[in-house]
Design a protein around this ligand. Structure first.
Ligand SMILES: C[S@@+](CC[C@H](N)C(=O)[O-])C[C@H]1O[C@@H](n2cnc3c(N)ncnc32)[C@H](O)[C@@H]1O
Ligand SMILES: O=C(O)C(=O)C[C@]1(C(=O)O)C=C[C@@H](O)C=C1
Length: 235
């Protein structure tokens, strides 16, 4: 279904509710530049580290697109676990996983309340940005503690620049991108307001610092388009 959520006047903050979930795959494809390419790269980098029966978590799995693609592309049998606190998203995830014949354990819970023991790979694309900063650092520490030795954490985030001129240009470029995807200026400004104080982006450097402070030995950016970045961190 086509995303028309912000065509009408919105008075509430952005939420992953039934309305957003019903158009989410289209929303993500049209709102995150090179979403499919970022997903393809995350999966390729992940597959290079994975072995038979490894445990993989996707934090903020939404409709389970990434876990389904991972299972299609990885030559190994994997234990796949998706966590999200939106029932509307998980209902769709369950239907999609069934349709694609992929076995995924879906957990409806807050990311802070789940134990992720013995994971080889933890994925989290465009989710940490929705976690309050103080909680975010704690969650990343928990991700580090849950990974096996040499386990990997692949995550993507909307980022900001610490240079105000570059930051403004990045935002302008992003809104131009949204226009090319068919979003009107009204939809763009409505969504910007709805996301205010809900999506809190860090700079690329702050993300890297958070990762290294948690104990990871290595962190690099594997993909970046202006203000959207994908990172790989190795324990
Ligand atoms: C932008 S979406 C993630 C997109 C998804 N990773 C993908 O690539 O298809 C963010 C997801 O995180 C979930 N989420 C946000 N905060 C959460 C929390 N504290 N606990 C669990 N899930 C959360 C939302 O419900 C939403 O489905
Ligand atoms: O920042 C925006 O305006 C966006 O639309 C980005 C973004 C994201 O980065 O997750 C925000 C919410 C939706 O989940 C889809 C895309």
């Amino acid at each position: 279904m086509v995303d028309k959520v912000f065509e009408k006047s919105i008075i509430k903050q952005f939420e992953f509710d039934e309305e957003v979930a019903s158009v989410f795959d289209d929303m993500l494809n049209r709102s995150v530049p090179f979403y499919k390419e970022m997903q393809r790269l995350s999966i390729n980098f992940a597959c290079n580290f994975l072995e038979e029966n490894d445990k993989v978590y996707d934090l903020g799995c939404s409709t389970a697109s990434t876990l389904i693609e991972l299972s299609k592309h990885c030559e190994h049998n994997l234990e796949l676990i998706g966590i999200d606190n939106s029932s509307a998203m998980l209902n769709r995830a369950a239907k999609k996983a069934k349709a694609f014949g992929v076995d995924i354990e879906l957990i409806n819970a807050d990311l802070h309340d789940v134990e992720y023991a013995n994971a080889k790979l933890i994925l989290s694309n465009y989710t940490l940005q929705f976690i309050r900063p103080l909680q975010r650092e704690k969650l990343v520490k928990k991700v580090f503690d849950s990974l096996k030795e040499e386990g990997i954490f692949i995550f993507s985030e909307k980022v900001i620049s610490s240079n105000s001129k570059l930051n403004k240009q990045s935002i302008d470029e992003y809104y131009e991108f949204k226009k090319t995807q068919g979003y009107s200026e009204f939809e763009i400004s409505q969504k910007r307001e709805a996301l205010e104080n809900v999506l809190i982006p860090y700079t690329e450097e702050e993300n890297r610092k958070m990762i290294l402070d948690a104990g990871f030995s290595h962190c690099e950016t594997i993909f970046k388009w202006v203000n959207f970045a994908t990172f790989i961190a190795i324990k």
